[in-house]
Ligand binder design. Structure first.
Ligand SMILES: Cc1cc2nc3c(=O)[nH]c(=O)nc-3n(C[C@H](O)[C@H](O)[C@H](O)COP(=O)(O)OP(=O)(O)OC[C@H]3O[C@@H](n4cnc5c(N)ncnc54)[C@H](O)[C@@H]3O)c2cc1C
Length: 352
């Protein structure tokens, strides 16, 4: 019977990035995915790489900054190995806030040019306006490239296999039992997003946080160039002329239905910012489930069982955090020292 050095449970952006990282060390890797690879939260995401301290929990700042810096290289490698193009944009973000900035954030640089010059189509809301030098990425293109790159690097992928349990023999993780079969490995990593909690023997405290959003075709390319984040809506333009409008943050269990009134409310909020979107055609609307945790921090590291690791709970920032998560987890699994302090993310901070 074939065995692998590592089994990664879940082919979202977190599991795929880690599979690639482990292959780079020469480990044989099997990714086990219950559905179609890359079609859950990582498919639903907006793709803002928002590492600004105004919006990231303080404990996560170092990882967020590091990951944002890794992005150009991360994307370049995925493009190279997959042969696919990924839409990574570096135009920046216009952030509008109702409240004035607190003391800690007085040092943000002023906007480099008047907003009317930067974004003529934007009806500027009141409040505080900031320019952030953030990037954005198309998570679907990213995820498709990560699937192709993982395969190109020699990772095996078993799709349509639901992991039910991680098996422990002599106190070590040794295999996963699925609805169809059993796969054996020396190391198992649970990257099952919000579903991580359903895989025995541990119950990681992930919870679904629903996000609905929609995508429109801009009446002209580059109608809006920056990501725009306002208190009740955000806009993410893509280079091909699409614009994403998002997103709700709802505690609604595992429900992934879109609600027409909610989609219309988001659309109206976008229209208030960019009136020229009035006739923009809605191309698609969808909902996805962010993997939330009780303290809004990810769950990263070794479980109490040797050989069993977890990387989940990336909540609103899993696209941003994928490269650094892969790096940190790769070091832990291969016995190295992660370059970052990760105690705050330990799975053992919860009773499992
Ligand atoms: C509307 C919305 C907007 C977002 N916007 C952003 C953003 O702008 N920027 C950002 O950084 N992040 C954003 N996020 C968050 C981001 O999408 C997630 O944090 C990230 O995708 C989590 O990746 P993941 O691989 O952990 O989870 P997923 O992509 O959900 O992958 C988990 C995988 O595990 C599989 N799986 C589950 N159970 C099992 C099992 N038992 N056996 C085998 N496989 C299993 C699932 O089928 C799935 O494919 C957004 C999320 C949503 C929903």
């Amino acid at each position: 019977m074939r065995t692998w050095d590592a089994i990664v449970i879940g082919a979202g952006i977190i599991g795929l990035s880690l599979a690639i990282e482990l292959r780079k060390t020469g480990m044989s890797v099997l990714v086990v995915e219950r559905g179609e690879p890359g079609r859950e939260a990582s498919w639903a995401a907006g793709g803002m790489l928002a590492d600004c301290g105004l919006e990231i929990p303080a404990a996560l700042q170092a990882l967020a900054t590091a990951s944002a810096r890794m992005y150009p290289e991360f994307v370049h490698e995925l493009e190279d190995e997959s042969g696919l193009k990924i839409d990574l944009r570096a135009v920046g973000t216009l952030l509008f806030r109702d409240a004035p900035l607190g003391h800690d954030f007085q040092d943000f640089p002023p906007l480099p040019a008047p907003l009317e010059e930067r974004e003529p189509a934007l009806r500027v809301p009141g409040g505080t306006a900031l320019y952030l030098a953030e990037r954005s990425v198309d998570p679907r293109g990213l995820t498709l490239a990560a699937i192709a790159a993982a395969k190109h690097r020699g990772a095996d992928v078993s799709a349509g296999d639901t992991v039910l349990e991680v098996e422990i023999v002599d106190g070590r993780a040794s295999a996963v039992r699925t609805n169809k079969t059993r796969f054996t490995a020396g190391v198992v990593i649970n990257c099952a997003g919000v579903w991580a909690r359903q895989i025995g023997p541990y119950c990681f405290p992930t919870r679904p946080v629903k996000g609905q959003m929609l995508c429109v075709a801009m009446p002209r390319k580059e109608l809006v160039r920056h990501v725009v984040r306002a208190p009740d809506v955000y806009l993410i333009p893509r280079s091909d002329g699409r614009m994403l409008i998002g997103a709700t943050v709802e505690e609604a269990g595992f429900d992934k239905q879109t609600v027409p009134e909610t989609i219309q409310r988001l659309r109206r909020a976008a229209l208030a910012l960019v009136p020229e979107l009035e006739d923009a055609k809605i191309m698609e609307s969808w909902a996805g489930l962010r993997p939330g945790t009780p303290d809004d921090l990810p769950i990263l590291g070794a479980t109490p069982t040797p050989g069993y690791f977890v990387a989940t709970g990336h909540f609103r920032d899993g696209i941003l955090l994928a490269p650094v998560t892969a790096r940190v987890m790769g070091s832990l699994i291969t016995g190295g020292n992660p370059n970052w302090e990760i105690k705050a993310f330990s799975p053992t901070r919860f009773s499992l």
